[in-house]
Design a protein. Sequence first.
Length: 202
Amino acid sequence: MLPNWYFDIFNRYKSTLQQKDALYVALSAGVDSNTLLHWLYSFKAELPTIYTIHVNHNWHGDYSHLWANFARSRAAFYGFQHYHYEAHFKDHDPKGLEAAGREMRYLKFGETMQENSLLCVGHHRSDQAETLMQRLLRSSGVRGLGAMRDFNTVEFGPYAIELFRPFLSISKQTLYETATHLNLPWLEDYTNHEADDMERNI
């Protein structure tokens, strides 16, 4: 049985989603995007065509390929067309790797997406706190300290990508509990628990 919050969030955004020609899921192997994928699948009869996209940054050796293959397999399980891209950053300064990865990722998103579409991402309530902390550490101004929004547009290269974050009111714990209850598979990213060169992890 689907949790009540699935229906609450769908009803909140249904009319907006139905005005789009396509929805694209930024799909990883994690619990966030895989719960998002299942949420969209649960209402696919009332939604435009759904696609998935995964960009493999090749940062973590065999783990990167494991996560990429997992994302591909989950898209196939639901019957969604999947776009997979390989990215390499051999000569890039590690201190700027996270920004380079984000730029590459969004350029691939923009390259793939058709007009009048949304990029659906699994950002949740805990990500809001993380984003605020990062911006505080960067001494962002008042505008920069604003929270992530459910809809906003980001520009990378020639692409203006409209983002959709339906889970901003949902906690990470709720996502874990929901995925467990519904027997949704996911793979944990071990780097989330390491303080390495990535600003997000630190």
